[in-house]
Ligand binder design. Structure first.
Ligand SMILES: Cc1ncc(COP(=O)(O)O)c(C=O)c1O
Length: 455
């Protein structure tokens, strides 16, 4: 029989996959390879440290039968630890920040873990911070193990023992550049140290979000004030024990926009469906690779799977809400769906036989200055408050007349697939456009809706 003794036996030995289409488009001569950590059984690079830290705790007698594992995690380390806990019969409590995606939280619960969520804004060192909370819970829980991935030597050691040698062997020692992110620093420090020991000429590059401290801290020794960013699991607001900045030759800052764009492109154009940090790293890898020749071999880490972020940056709605969606992907349908912060309001309209008085009342009630005139879900005209009032000044009796007597021509009607550029073009001339789905008018987009997208 061919089988694995348990799920943990599947951790590691992840393949290298060559990136082809995106590098070609960027006219990159160097070979760029993705180290597919998303193919681990918990779908992230963190499976490696889950098992190594628990092996250590068992060896040292820190974790005994029936014990509880407690950790502060952005989700993936929790998944790695929970896999081991499930196989070996431990309980788990994980402390996350609100930033962790719902998918990761449900995944952890699916693996049997208990979850505590802390405010993302809590400052390090304050009692509400997720690391302080995890520490406190571990102190209060008998027979518990608090791995502390930020400082535990088995974190970088796991990568020194496994990730580094795998990359060295799979590239037959030809790797020239290694690009990774810096969360706890375990991946880049452990893998980087191994690779540099094998060949000191190998360049180790960290890709880090704008807002994180690492670049300034490495280059000047000064710890700047961190600012928020959206990519999960990487960057820090304070130095961490496992981030050995001496192993890193250079740190490149990457914006949220670039990170998510690159992660989305890896899915669409290479079939590598990954998380946002892989996008940060890939963006860094492309910046490094663009100046290299065809002999260069750049390996970057795909830290985790895109499935953890289906409700986040892999959702057009979420990207639009964060003002990060590429304009060519903003369709009329998407604007309508996500108008009013995701709670689509009802389309306000009048019929051609409604009285002008009733139409004006509707405008006042709903705070709008223009209305589409619809007849059986089709657009037959439009009303603009200022024009109606001008006509009323001349003839007040019009208040009782039907809307059809004073209405102007219909607002332009567009298909729900129409893109932002086309919508903007129409809005140069008309104050609003109507959106049609299956031959029924389903929504209206005004100039202010479009301005809202570009705040
Ligand atoms: C999604 C994701 N990417 C990257 C990393 C960074 O890895 P490391 O902690 O080894 O620096 C993490 C760490 O938590 C992560 O969750």
């Amino acid at each position: 029989m061919k089988y694995y003794k348990d799920i943990l036996a599947l951790i590691g030995k992840t393949p290298l996959v060559r990136v082809n289409n995106i590098t070609k488009q960027h006219k990159i001569k160097a070979q760029v390879y993705a180290k597919m950590e998303s193919l681990n059984p918990g779908y992230s690079v963190k499976d490696r440290i889950g098992v190594s830290m628990i092996d250590w705790a068992e060896r040292e007698g820190v974790l005994k039968k029936g014990g509880t594992i407690i950790e502060a995690t952005s989700g993936n380390t929790g998944i790695g630890l929970a896999l081991v806990a499930a196989v070996r019969g431990y309980k788990c409590i994980f402390v996350l920040t609100e930033k962790a995606s719902t998918e990761k939280v449900r995944y952890l619960k699916g693996l049997g873990a208990d979850i505590v969520v802390c405010p993302a804004a809590a400052k390090p060192g304050t009692p509400d911070h997720y690391v302080a909370t995890a520490k406190r819970i571990s102190e209060e829980t008998p027979n518990s193990f608090y791995p502390d991935q930020y400082n535990h030597p088995e974190n970088p050691a796991a990568h020194y023992r496994t990730t580094g040698p795998e990359i060295w062997e799979d590239t037959e020692g030809k790797i020239t550049h290694f690009v990774a992110s810096i969360g706890t620093g375990g991946t880049i420090s452990g893998t980087g140290r191994y690779l540099k020991e094998m060949n000191p000429a190998i360049k180790v590059i960290g890709a880090d979000p704008y807002g994180s401290i690492f670049k300034t801290y490495k280059e000047s020794g000064f710890i700047p004030e961190a600012t928020p960013y959206l990519v999960e699991g990487i960057g820090q607001n304070l130095p961490v024990g496992n981030a050995d900045l001496n192993t890193i030759d250079e740190i490149i800052n990457i914006t949220d926009r670039e990170s998510f764009d690159m992660a989305r492109q890896l899915g669409r154009r290479e079939g590598i469906f990954c998380g946002g940090s892989a996008g940060t790293i890939f963006a860094g890898a492309l910046k490094v690779a663009k100046d290299l020749d065809e002999n260069a071999i750049v390996v970057f880490i795909v830290c985790d799977t895109g499935e953890h972020y289906l409700s986040k940056f892999h959702s057009d709605e979420w990207m639009k809400e964060k003002l990060l969606l590429e304009p060519q992907r903003i369709s009329a349908g998407l604007i309508i769906e996500t108008k009013n912060s995701g709670a689509p309001g009802q389309l306000i309209f009048v019929g051609p036989t409604d009285t002008i008085g009733a139409a004006l009342e509707k405008m006042t009630e709903s705070g709008v200055t223009q209305l589409p005139v619809l007849d059986d879900h089709h657009s037959v005209g439009s009303l603009k408050e200022s024009r109606v009032l001008t006509k009323l000044l001349q003839n007040r009796d019009l208040l009782e007349s039907p809307v059809s007597e004073v209405m102007d021509e219909s607002f332009p009607v567009l298909d729900s697939e129409t893109n932002l550029a086309e919508i903007k073009k129409k809005l140069q001339k008309a104050p609003a456009v109507l959106i049609e789905d299956f031959k029924r008018i389903t929504g209206i987009i005004t100039r202010s809706d479009v301005l809202e997208l570009q705040k």
